[in-house]
Design a protein around this ligand. Structure first.
Ligand SMILES: [Zn+2]
Ligand SMILES: [Zn+2]
Length: 134
């Protein structure tokens, strides 16, 4: 099956994964907002059998949110979000932005929209620029 690659910004962490993701969730919960420092987390889910590390395992740090099934794994050199395994170990959760190619996704969903901050919705109708705005 077709595989795609991903990794962190500094290049220490690298992985490859079967390009057949079960779902892509944009999660706006308070924990995902805080842990990403952004409007929402964009996480892809794939069976663990289809995932393999190519390098950088020793540079990965994982933080587990106490009492919740939420983790954040990141490269300790550059801070980029990298994949981590689900609580039961059956799936890998892949931050969509860590991929270097376009993923094939079966299901897309936005979750915990009730926790999305107001400043996010104010961007829905603003003009998009191809590069920096002037
Ligand atoms: Zn890195
Ligand atoms: Zn969340």
């Amino acid at each position: 099956m077709n595989k795609i690659k991903g990794g962190c910004l500094c290049g220490k962490v690298a992985f490859e994964v079967v390009n057949a993701f079960e779902k892509l969730f944009f999660c706006s919960c308070d924990q995902c907002r805080q842990i990403t420092g952004s409007a929402f987390a964009s996480n892809l889910f794939v069976r663990v059998e289809g995932f393999s590390w190519l390098g950088g395992g020793a540079d990965i740090v994982t933080y587990q949110v106490p009492g919740r099934d939420i983790s954040k794994s990141f490269c300790q050199v550059c801070g980029s979000g990298v994949p981590w395994s689900s609580g039961d170990g059956s799936q890998m959760i892949v931050p969509a932005g860590s991929l270097s190619e376009e993923p094939d996704v079966s299901l897309r969903s936005r979750i915990f929209a009730a926790e999305q901050p107001l400043w996010v919705s104010k961007f829905e109708h603003v003009r998009a620029h191809e590069g920096f705005s002037t």
